[in-house]
Design a protein around this ligand. Structure first.
Ligand SMILES: [Fe+2]
Length: 216
């Protein structure tokens, strides 16, 4: 009798344990890919590498905002179209334009040259808003003290760079990123490079520096 009754119970218990273990693993996996940011070195060779200082100096993402005005949101890519989080951000900030870009060898002609342009230090007169859907890359942003902070972005990471901040971008060594772009009104993608243009004297730069001084 025991040999007939208990094996199914034991089997069910094992299945339960496996389910719990699997659930915990999924939960842990979703947690471990947290956005990372760190102060980086000044070496501009091989931008797709991580470029940590020695020793590494990580910056908590909450501090990135205080230091640079860059805002970070974590979105659930399985539900972001309907869960209201993105809609709330768009509505509050009046993002009326949306498109999708893929940064890869097959999608962008003269990819190597384009990557060099993306990696030139520049600013925009408007916010730069990106939601990463796939792949990974680095946004490098200057902090208040003009030091580079590297922000590693992957699927579900949304960044809002304020207008007037000097920054640059590169995919990571896999050389592939797919992302959504948002904008208020008709998009303006013009980049004003720090070197060789009057970017330092632009109104948006002055306003950014004022905010940096007063607190974001
Ligand atoms: Fe940019």
């Amino acid at each position: 009798m025991l040999s007939i009754t208990f094996p199914p119970l034991i089997l069910n218990f094992e299945l339960l344990c496996l389910s719990v273990w699997y659930g915990l693993q999924c939960w842990f996996c979703s947690l471990i890919r947290m956005v990372r940011a760190w102060y980086m070195d000044e070496d501009t060779s091989n931008p797709q590498l991580e470029h940590h200082l020695d020793p590494a100096e990580y910056v908590p993402i909450e501090d990135v905002f205080e230091l640079s005005g860059v805002e970070y949101f974590k979105l659930n890519l399985e539900t972001y179209k309907t869960d209201g989080v993105l809609d709330g951000i768009r509505k509050e900030r009046k993002y009326s334009y949306e498109d999708e870009i893929t940064c890869s060898e097959t999608c962008i002609p003269n990819y190597a040259d384009k990557l060099k342009i993306f990696f030139e230090e520049h600013l925009h007169t408007d916010e730069e808003i990106r939601l990463v859907l796939d792949g990974a890359g680095y946004f490098d942003v200057r902090d208040k003290g003009d030091r580079w902070i590297r922000i590693e972005v992957g699927p579900g990471d949304m960044l809002i760079l304020p207008s007037g901040i000097f920054h640059r971008f590169t995919p990571d060594k896999r050389m592939y990123v797919k992302a959504k772009r948002y904008f208020i009104g008709e998009p303006v993608w013009v980049a004003h490079n720090r070197i060789g243009s009057p970017a330092e004297g632009m109104d948006c730069r002055k306003e950014y520096l004022k905010k940096a001084q007063e607190g974001f």
